[in-house]
Design a protein around this ligand. Structure first.
Ligand SMILES: Cc1cn([C@H]2C[C@H](O)[C@@H](COP(=O)(O)OP(=O)(O)O[C@H]3O[C@@H](C)C(=O)[C@@H](O)[C@H]3O)O2)c(=O)[nH]c1=O
Length: 186
């Protein structure tokens, strides 16, 4: 298992050790003890899966405390450009984002701690995206920031993605009051 640093504290990518043989491959997508040793000390209480065709953007999403979610995200089939934005007020990288391709070939897993807005763009049809969450779904605590916010400035490489109705009207970063305070509640 290798760790890829992102330049944003707490956010990193895990490259699991993959065992390939004549039958196919095998890898540990989650191991409580090993992931604990690299700093993922949370308990995971919900697993999610979404399927999207190419050109879909989902995001940028988070849940407000006390239902903030850390997410361990990966692609099972297909490929995405995965993005996490630091929304921890007082963080040295507040408002900065990290983008990384997660694909069925690279097996990369991204750890997104509480205090980040998360989103992804699917790069291929029939992309299966799976993630573990440290809190359960609380629709009343859901928050979002506009996917193409000019201040955050993510280069998604597409103009007109397929978006949910909710994501089309998400607030801009300039109108956004983050509920996360670095070192306090995240
Ligand atoms: C997130 C979620 C949604 N739902 C339901 C609500 C809705 O009817 C349907 C689709 O929900 P959404 O449109 O919010 O799905 P989606 O846009 O895929 O939302 C997800 O996006 C990525 C980027 C994340 O980081 C996730 O945390 C989550 O916010 O599924 C649940 O039942 N449980 C859940 O945990």
């Amino acid at each position: 298992m290798k760790i890829i640093e992102t330049g944003i504290e707490g956010l990193f990518v895990i490259e699991p050790k993959v065992f390939a043989d004549a039958r196919g491959h095998f890898f540990e997508s989650y191991n409580k003890e090993k992931f604990y040793q690299i700093g993922i000390t949370f308990e995971f209480v919900q697993d999610n899966q979404s399927l999207s065709n190419a050109g879909v953007v989902r995001g940028l999403h988070f849940q407000r405390p006390p239902h903030a979610q850390g997410k361990l995200v990966r692609v099972v089939k297909g490929a995405v450009l995965d993005v996490a934005v630091d929304i921890r007020k007082g963080s040295p990288t507040y408002g900065k984002f990290f983008a990384h391709e997660l694909t069925e070939e690279n097996f990369n897993i991204m750890w997104i701690p509480p205090g980040f807005a998360h989103g992804f763009k699917t790069l291929r049809d029939h992309t299966l995206f799976q993630y573990k969450c440290t809190d359960t779904y609380h629709p009343e605590s859901e928050g979002a920031i506009r996917w193409n916010d000019p201040q955050i400035g993510i280069d998604w490489g597409l103009e007109n993605p397929i978006l949910s109705a909710k994501d089309q009207i998400a607030p801009l970063f300039k109108d956004f009051e983050s509920p996360f305070v670095y070192g306090e509640n995240c």
